[in-house]
Design a protein around this ligand. Structure first.
Ligand code: ADP
Ligand code: MG
Length: 398
């Protein structure tokens, strides 16, 4: 492909591997700019497949489908980190511009590689991972440092929303936890005393333009993101500076092109740690759909088309509240499904509701979110709590 062939202008097609809600927002952002979109996802009714011009309903390893996609789209991105590296490489061989590439994705897909990557960069970023120990085989269960407990055992691959994790309070519980997780390669990491959590969305273009989006402060419940607040209420200027520096080092050292999210822990003793990266737009950046001049998804489109990055400055304080399937389910066995009563929430002046078009609500499944835009993040948080009451969220201490 010659440089003169770029940027790619509408009405060309862009491709996205994966048809979940992140893919759906990518489709919307691309279509807003006049592009067509081709989605590859095996699910016949995926959130992104429903609205894309073309939905290839096939497996990610289906070479015929990938060839069709490559003929149609000169640029393709991914919306979830578990796309096989082979798929990405195959598309690149077909002459497609794929961002991010398989190197970056393969590190983010594997907690062991990811932690080692953070550890190796410590002198440049000033931020390391929490104390961890790699367990790839049974022999590695014996030489675990005592100070790591209480700890969390996490599968090296395929974990998300707190899945593939077991808390281990003592060495004696480690073997059974590892068996529970299927004896697969894992990292055991210290369960740290969190003060609060932050995430940084950062974008890098193919010609090394880097743009950091506003940093979010996140609250998780049962390992699933519950809400994000921007500007981050507890973030000092020095933490912000440190994150900005670390994020730029990380994205460049990964040779990453595209939108990525980096999660940070701030511990009670003031220490900062880097937790993980997501090689794609992220749930904690969904506020940007309504709060930023350029959303994380429009940035993803711009990177793919090799257009200049947008300005993602924050236009309004915002709180993003996730809506899980639990809200739809009632009865003793959660077998009665009724849609939440949106009426009173939509009557709130600050609420912007986004639903993902998923047919079946399930416990813990992300069905949608609401962005609350108010004059302060404190006020937006009050609005979010008001909405939680209206929608009948279970009361959980935060
Ligand atoms: P996932 O891939 O599921 O997002 P994470 O490693 O980010 O996995 O864990 C999900 C959440 O669990 C984190 O955002 C944090 O709230 C909590 N958590 C994860 N690791 C630790 C840890 N080492 N100490 C304390 N809390 C943790
Ligand atoms: Mg996480």
């Amino acid at each position: 492909m010659h440089e003169k062939d770029w940027p790619l202008y509408p009405p060309s097609f862009l491709g996205i591997l994966g048809g979940g809600q992140l893919g759906r927002f990518f489709v919307q952002a691309a279509q807003d700019l006049g592009y067509g979109v081709c989605v590859l996802d095996p699910d016949p009714n995926s959130p992104a497949g429903q609205i894309a011009q073309i939905h290839l309903q096939a497996d990610y390893a289906d070479q015929e489908a990938l060839k069709t996609m490559a003929r149609r789209c000169r640029a393709i991105s991914t919306e979830f980190e578990n796309v096989p590296a082979k798929t990405i490489d195959f598309l690149i061989e077909q002459g497609v511009f794929v961002a991010p590439d398989s190197y970056a994705v393969s590190i983010a897909q594997n907690r062991i590689k990811e932690k080692q990557f953070f550890q190796n960069l410590l002198s440049q970023t000033g931020v390391g991972p929490v104390l961890y120990h790699v367990i790839e085989e049974q022999a590695h269960l014996t030489n675990v440092p005592q100070e790591i407990f209480p700890a969390i055992l996490k599968t090296s691959q395929l974990g998300y929303d707190g899945k593939g994790q077991q808390t281990v309070y003592h060495l004696t519980e480690l073997l059974s936890a590892w068996i529970m997780l299927g004896k697969v390669p894992c990292v055991l990491e210290k369960k740290v005393d969190l003060d609060f959590e932050l995430s940084a969305l950062i974008v890098r273009s193919a010609d090394d333009e880097v743009h950091l989006m506003p940093i979010a402060q996140n609250i998780h419940q049962h390992g699933i993101l519950h809400l994000s607040m921007v500007p981050a209420p507890n973030m000092s200027l020095s933490i912000q500076d440190q994150i900005q520096r670390a994020a730029q080092v990380i994205i460049r050292e990964l040779h990453y092109v595209g939108v990525m999210c980096i999660e940070f822990f701030i511990l009670k003793d003031g220490t900062m740690c880097v937790n993980e990266i997501a090689p794609r737009p992220h749930n904690s950046g969904h506020h940007s759909l309504d709060s930023c001049l350029t959303s994380q998804f429009e940035q993803q489109v711009r990177v793919l088309a090799k257009l200049p990055l947008g300005n993602s400055k924050l236009m309004s304080p915002v709180v993003m509240l996730n809506l899980l399937g639990d809200l739809w389910l009632h009865g003793e066995n959660n077998d009665a499904i009724t849609a939440p009563n949106w009426q009173n929430v939509l009557a709130m002046a600050s609420a912007k509701l986004h639903l993902y078009g998923k047919a079946a609500p399930k416990i813990g499944r992300k069905m949608g979110h609401i962005n609350f835009l108010d004059e302060s993040v404190e006020q937006a948080l009050k609005s979010a709590h008001q909405a939680m009451e209206i929608l009948g969220f279970p009361t959980i201490k935060e």
